[in-house]
Design a binder for this molecule. Sequence first.
Ligand SMILES: Cc1cc2nc3c(=O)[nH]c(=O)nc-3n(C[C@H](O)[C@H](O)[C@H](O)COP(=O)(O)OP(=O)(O)OC[C@H]3O[C@@H](n4cnc5c(N)ncnc54)[C@H](O)[C@@H]3O)c2cc1C
Length: 461
Amino acid sequence: MEKPAIKITVLGAGISGLSTAYWLARDGFDITVLEAQNEAGGSMITEKKNGFLIDYGSNSGLETTTLVGELVGETGLQKEMVYANETGNKRYILRKNQLHALPTNPIAFLRTKLFSRRAKLRLLAEPFIGKSEEGYYQSISEFVKRRLGREFLDYAINPFVAGVFAGDPDTLSVKSAFPKLYRLEELYGGLIKGMIKGAKERKNIGEQSKQSAKMFSFIGGMQTLPKAIARKLGKRITYNCKVEKIDKSANRYKIFYKHNDLPKEIVSDIVLSTIPAYKAALVFGGFDDQLCRHLNEIYYPPVQVLFLGFRKESIGRALDGFGFLIPKKENRSFLGAIWSSVIFPQRADSNKTAFTLFIGGARSPELFNGDVESLINRVLKEFKEIMNINEDPLFVKEKMWAKAIPQYNLGYIEHERYFEKVEGEFPGLFLSGNYRGGISVGDCIANSEPVYKKIVDFISK
Ligand SMILES: Cc1cc2nc3c(=O)[nH]c(=O)nc-3n(C[C@H](O)[C@H](O)[C@H](O)COP(=O)(O)OP(=O)(O)OC[C@H]3O[C@@H](n4cnc5c(N)ncnc54)[C@H](O)[C@@H]3O)c2cc1C
């Protein structure tokens, strides 16, 4: 199909930018993607070394949208895609030096020692607790404490929030960060009632809840997907391109960037920015002061990823789950560990076991103020104790994400409203990426579709 001569430039070749760029290119539009790194993927980075497969960013995705399967199919990755081992359904929480499986059914819930009898009885009150006032300015802590009680906050939600956002439940906005959870109260008046009714609703519209969606990855790790989309985009992507500034000139945008350190510029009718908010703040510096302030105010806490490989025989406990999370109350030096090669056996040779640990996050960014080497040694010691491991690891790899995951904190809605206002005021400018609409890989893909549709609508007007 012949398309009007409209130039579209996408900033960033992470999964958000790639998904939208791919759909636009498939429709025949003139697309250029500018990526600062020398490869595609952004927060999806995989490395293969010494018989281990290391995912330094996302370790898996949840198939919450059919768009994942479509992208996998269209990029020819069907045979590469793998689903998590069923053992991975079991998730542990640390309490008093013991790992307790998170109960997944009412009988297990009654039996578990993770929660006291009092905490279990407290849950019975949940359906009778009324609605709250304002979810955007209510933290997930306040929400859960009110509906489910203090202990449930400390031993279920606190570690869960660390596992998803590397976040602090006292500062994350319940409605911005967990819109579906808040919706259960808003729409149905409670979580238990909402879960029952919501399941029926989802079935009708063919949507998967995060609890029931299948966990996926690829034989070659998570970066397989962005790399495959990038191959489809081919020469439309230019790597080693750091966008520095954008000016608005008449109805078009002038993009200034450095390609292999050489200054370049390009004029575009449409700009889709998918780079992290704090980077976008630099790029849009001369554009609108308020926009920069909003972008800069989105907090990205530091997270250190520690990948450990052990001999299988050295592990002194059953490897029968996804891994474990640690509540803040347990006062440990890390957030939790994924048992990577249990979930996806391709992560290590058959006689070895791979784990991925997460340190820091919004809950304890101060950990990095001190000596990082002694922090790593402390984490290793604690991990070996919890797992009953009697040997040192065969293989250790680390990656520090100085600014890891955007936090949808209290007041985030003001940023979101401002982004919408800016998009209205600057025709042809679109802001996307994981600081809008969800941070998970599945959410980034799902949210890239309305962005793609908005761009197509804009062009056809
Ligand atoms: C440690 C960690 C663990 C995670 N674990 C999971 C998980 O298990 N499951 C899950 O679903 N999600 C997970 N996530 C979240 C998920 O991976 C990300 O939210 C998602 O990949 C973000 O994609 P994106 O395209 O929006 O942004 P990014 O991946 O950040 O991509 C942005 C791109 O823009 C480029 N860029 C930046 N500045 C410029 C510039 N000036 N010019 C040009 N290009 C630029 C960057 O190089 C990058 O490639 C994790 C994230 C991290 C950091």
